[in-house]
Design a protein around this ligand. Structure first.
Ligand SMILES: Cc1cc2nc3c(=O)[nH]c(=O)nc-3n(C[C@H](O)[C@H](O)[C@H](O)COP(=O)(O)O)c2cc1C
Length: 453
């Protein structure tokens, strides 16, 4: 792994109507893709042609109609396991990331579903471990309230360990299939796991053979201390929502620094911030699309959350007036200035109004970096984050679909390839191979080797 030239890893974070809350209102946008299997398969095939590392499906376990104004693409969607199975059947190379929430599930179920998907996809599946970002989920699962961070992560830590043991409960060579002798399996290579812990009691073995990748790669995405520990211990990649370069660099070095504590090397974990690329063939085209999207936003211009974000009370200010003195900000250091600079860059001029600042943060309200520009400008920023070790790749969130993805693939990917930053061919066919991750030994087989030596 160490000698291979470091390259970007790219995935699509699927928002079927786009990441921008008004993306679906563009005349050319698809509004019904979330429930159209042909559309979803088409997106995955496009990604595969462009040599993307993965297609990522997030998930939440609650919804409401008012999300149509803030995050319509997350309001309703297909269940990720069933959808990925459908996509696996029409693709061959692209990695497939499925999200499963540990707070409202049982390890045996998740081990079985993920192992099955790894077979159906030929070793292309990875599991995004979440503990649940939406507190309303509790009310859909016969609970009074969503557990606090500590309890969710205590549960998740044990949950993941059980799943990992279950994946190993059949050794790779447990199947004898000797017709003449009438021996189907070697029972000494099939293991009960006898897990007895604080939250789970699971006997095993799993009723699916060891998955093609041995252990499915894990991903995680929390920002809390506990979530970062979970990532440092188990994950092959972490998703982040960083929009400021310096803070992204701090996160990057911070989490990589934690790996040694778990006997792991920094290059065993990839940091993948979200990126919302608003691409145009020219800078002016990109800015025109940004303005068009902003004008389509349905909003009551509530300035309170934005005021909290930049540490200056904007409520009551005229929307078309200029911003107040940023020195008034209560945010640490020059954070307010940096946040405003992002909005200025997106608008293409310095003297932005309160409305323009509001538009930028409405477009990025879920915390991913929005950049507006021509293909070289977008590639420049990706390269800067990559070279400065703020990112090992990006979780691409097109602002509208499918055009926002098409432009990224047609215009930006070739620039990245020309610069030697992104692959022009797949080197392998499994999720692990795309990231250069070795297939781990089976823990039970390894123990036996140890005992007999
Ligand atoms: C890029 C990204 C993707 C995420 N995807 C999901 C998801 O699909 N489902 C979910 O419940 N939470 C998702 N989250 C939320 C995190 O898992 C996490 O719960 C949240 O950031 C709160 O942090 P904490 O768990 O550390 O408190 C995502 C976060 C990020 C940054």
């Amino acid at each position: 792994m160490g000698n291979v030239k470091r390259q970007l890893h790219l995935g699509l974070f699927l928002f079927s109507t786009g990441y921008h809350p008004a993306g679906w209102r563009l005349p050319e946008a698809r509004t019904d893709g979330a429930f159209d299997p042909k559309f979803l398969q088409g997106v995955a095939k496009k990604l595969e042609e462009a040599k993307f590392d993965f297609f990522f499906l997030g998930d939440a376990l609650a919804t409401s109609a008012d999300m149509q104004y803030t995050f319509p693409s997350q309001m309703i969607r297909l269940e990720p396991f069933t959808m990925i199975a459908n996509i696996a059947a029409v693709t061959e190379k692209i990695g497939l990331i499925v999200t499963a929430n540990t707070t409202y599930a049982e390890p045996y179920h998740i081990a079985r579903l993920t192992a099955s998907l790894d077979y159906l996809s030929g070793g292309r599946t990875a599991w995004n471990v979440v503990t649940g970002a939406d507190v309303r989920a509790a009310l859909n699962f016969s609970r009074e309230k969503h557990w606090d961070n500590a309890k969710r992560y205590d549960y998740a830590d044990e949950f993941v360990q059980v799943v990992k043991e279950l994946w190993d409960s059949w050794e790779d060579d447990a199947f004898v299939r000797d017709k003449a002798a009438g021996v189907f399996i070697d029972g000494s290579k099939v293991h009960a796991i006898h897990h007895e812990g604080d939250h789970f009691s699971v006997a095993g073995p799993l009723n699916v053979a060891r998955p093609p990748q041995g252990q499915l790669p894990l991903l995680s995405a929390g920002m809390s201390e506990r979530s970062q520990e979970l990532g440092a211990r188990f994950s092959s990649a972490v998703f982040t929502g960083e929009i400021l370069l310096e803070s992204a660099k701090r996160f990057y070095s911070g989490i990589k620094g934690k790996l040694a504590g778990y006997g792991r090397k920094p290059e065993e974990l990839f940091v993948l911030p979200g990126l919302v690329p608003l691409v145009g063939a020219t800078e002016e085209e990109a800015r025109a699309k940004y303005r068009e999207l902003n004008e389509l936003l349905v909003t009551d211009f509530n300035l309170k959350p934005l005021s909290d974000r930049i540490g200056i009370d904007l409520t009551g200010l005229p929307l078309d007036g200029l911003l107040p003195d940023l020195e008034l900000s209560t945010r640490p250091g020059d954070e307010a200035q940096q946040l405003v600079r992002l909005a200025q860059r997106a608008s293409g001029h310095e003297d932005i109004t309160v409305r323009e600042l509001f538009h930028y943060f409405a477009a990025t309200s879920r915390g991913h970096l929005l950049i507006v520009g021509d293909p070289e400008q977008i590639a420049d920023q990706m390269e800067e984050w990559f070279v400065q070790e703020a990112a090992d790749g990006f979780n691409i969130c097109p602002p509208y679909m499918p055009g926002g993805l098409d432009l990224f693939i047609e215009l930006v990917v070739p620039v990245l390839q020309r610069r030697g930053l992104f692959r022009t061919e797949y080197e392998g066919s499994t999720f692990r191979e795309h990231f250069g991750l070795e297939r781990p030994d089976n823990i039970f087989a390894a123990k036996r080797v140890l005992q007999s030596s």
